[in-house]
Design a protein around this ligand. Sequence first.
Ligand code: GLP
Length: 243
Amino acid sequence: MAEVIIVRNQDEAGKIYAQCVTDLIVRKPDCVLGLATGSSPLAAYEALARDVNERHIDVSQVRGFALDEYAGLDPRHPQSYRSTITRTVVEPLGLDPEKIHVPNGDLDSIQEAGAAYDEAIARAGGVDIQILGIGTDGHIGFNEPGSSLASGTRIKTLTEQTRIDNARFFDDDISKVPSHCITQGIGTILKARHLVLLAFGAGKAEAVAETVEGGISSFCPASALQLHPHATVIVDEAAASRL
Ligand code: GLP
């Protein structure tokens, strides 16, 4: 059963995440952060950057692994998850970019890239804290409904709904949204030592209720959090309204 924390707003959630991560970095300077894109983690990254900069915490050894990446999109494209993680996490925190990994969406090597990514995470000793957002359909990373709960990192097809949701990042033109992605699997995500899922707004209420109180099912990929011994779900009142 996940621990649920109801907060007033995203800033309050961000402070809780930042406290967990700064404690971790002080205890384990070469810790491994699991990073996510989307709007939900942004306030958390801002709070963390504030703490790190104000307290002059040494982050030079911190390592990181992102959840996912679009397939066939140039990593230098401003909407690639590589660029997004650089802009929202690596630069504000002053992390060493060499130590931050994002799945390789290059189409020539994508079939082998998944297993290689999972091996790289294992070689790093596993993820210490994985931050997660959630899709309105309960997806985590890009594990859309129906994804195997034991899956590793692999290529996936994006659903029509996710492509519609993400068209806002591609000039509102769905034809520009990649059709495929590479994403950590649910099995990969479950190996992280601590999962912190953030969800805000009424649009997430149904997915949050399914995640926390529904049956464990691949139809709500985030419900796999119930299998994890240390999962924290941080939500605002609106996202908690169906609990
Ligand atoms: C995308 C990302 C997910 C994210 C989701 C929700 O699909 N791959 O990692 O959780 O969007 O995004 P948001 O936080 O903007 O609602």
